[in-house]
Design a protein. Sequence first.
Length: 150
Amino acid sequence: MNSCILMAQIVSEPELRSTQDQTQVSTMIVEFESTREGEAPGTLQVEGWGKVAEEMKGSYHSGDQVVIEGRLSMVLIEQNGYKEKKAKLVASRIHGMGVSPSPSYQPANNPPAATVPSPAPSPQPAPPAAAPVPEAPAGSGNEDWDEIPF
């Protein structure tokens, strides 16, 4: 199974376009820390389709920290007569890190929620007292079991 989760920072604004059959596609470049000390950060193209593409364009911008779930694929790019393989991440979900709407933001379809005071916690009843454990008859061979409460 090809599954990848990547935590990265967006370094290029997501670009939204449509295919000939009007399917939305969005691409952006992200940057992530190297696992080796002193090595430059890695970059990767991220591609989203359909609703994910719309979410990428509408909700995320250059500089945002995100966690991206998807599948890794390799693409062959021909440039100046040279062929080069590059990785891209086809996103299935994107989660913002520390990105939250402004306090004045309210979705258009939902009125502001009314604040309802929470009820005071009710006192909990005390647990019932444990029943006494009967003792085993002497010489029954279960002397070690006498200390285990059942």
